[in-house]
Design a protein around this ligand. Structure first.
Ligand SMILES: Nc1ncnc2c1ncn2[C@@H]1O[C@H](COP(=O)(O)OP(=O)(O)OP(=O)(O)O)[C@@H](O)[C@H]1O
Ligand SMILES: Nc1nc2c(ncn2[C@@H]2O[C@H](COP(=O)(O)OP(=O)(O)O)[C@@H](O)[C@H]2O)c(=O)[nH]1
Length: 226
């Protein structure tokens, strides 16, 4: 059996994690696990973690590490037979250490996108909350303005995507993300991509993953023949 491939994708709000995760899932057959989707599911299901998480999200805060880890790790245990890409977790060093004790990662993708680009993108970001599907009036508009392509349900703009809310989010992101980036750099699995366009970053990420995944599969074949 070929060895499984596990990766995380990190980056500030609006950096393209969700957009690139969908392309990776589609191109490489990895499961796209989004911490934001897991949070929304728990909120919709009114689980204990969901009810607690909602109080933080309403204030534009991150969910506390112990709540997020308790919410996420059981979901990863359901995925032991799959290769996956984790989007939106870890966001703190405590989360990265909790994940590290649960499983080994092959790649940590880090998106380094300029502030002005993030502001521009988030001003035009519309989402369909029940599915987490993401649109952008400039980059990938819905077929019908304001409506989700699949369900026709209304799209919304997130409160904390407003430019004035973004500066605070970005400052907080930088403070909590640096130890995580250093953690993966020290493990030798960090790959950082800097550009203003996803379509220019995508070929480089695709090449990296093609190389990494084929290397893992050939190693697994060698191991199984010895
Ligand atoms: N790893 C995490 N740790 C703590 N809170 C999280 C984590 N992942 C998601 N959340 C909480 O869930 C909310 C929704 O997550 P989601 O990733 O969908 O939105 P977001 O953080 O605004 O993402 P984006 O980076 O696309 O702007 C976040 O704002 C945050 O409060
Ligand atoms: N103009 C433009 N918008 C983009 C690009 N890549 C992603 N977007 C849009 O920018 C917003 C943020 O992307 P998203 O994947 O949600 O980023 P995330 O917050 O890191 O998950 C969304 O509306 C995307 O559709 C790009 O290269 N150019």
């Amino acid at each position: 059996m070929s060895k499984l491939f596990r990766a995380v994708i990190m980056g500030p709000p609006g950096s393209g994690k969700g957009t690139i995760s969908e392309r990776i899932a589609h191109s490489f057959g990895l499961k796209h696990l989004s911490s934001g989707d897991f949070v929304r599911e728990n909120i919709a299901a009114k689980t204990e973690a969901g009810v607690l998480a909602k109080t933080y999200i309403k204030k534009g805060l991150l969910v506390p590490d112990h709540v997020m880890t308790r919410l996420l790790l059981p979901r990863l245990e359901e995925m032991t037979k799959y290769s996956w890409l984790l989007d939106g977790f870890p966001r703190t060093l405590a989360q990265a250490e909790a994940l590290n004790s649960a499983c080994d990662l092959d790649v940590a993708i880090n998106l380094n996108i300029p502030l002005e680009t993030l502001k521009e993108r988030l001003q035009h970001r519309w989402i369909h909350p029940p599915s987490g599907r993401v649109y952008n009036m400039c980059f990938n508009p819905p077929h019908v303005q304001g409506k989700d392509d699949i369900t026709g349900e209304p799209l919304i703009q997130q409160e904390d995507d407003r430019p004035e809310a973004l500066v605070a989010r970005l400052r907080h992101y930088k403070d909590v993300a640096k130890p995580v980036i250093d953690f993966y750099k020290a493990k030798g699995i960090l790959y950082t991509f800097s550009d203003t366009e996803t379509d220019r970053i995508w070929p480089n990420i695709s090449t990296l993953l093609s190389t990494k995944i084929s290397t893992i599969q050939s190693d697994a074949r060698c191991a199984s023949t010895h």
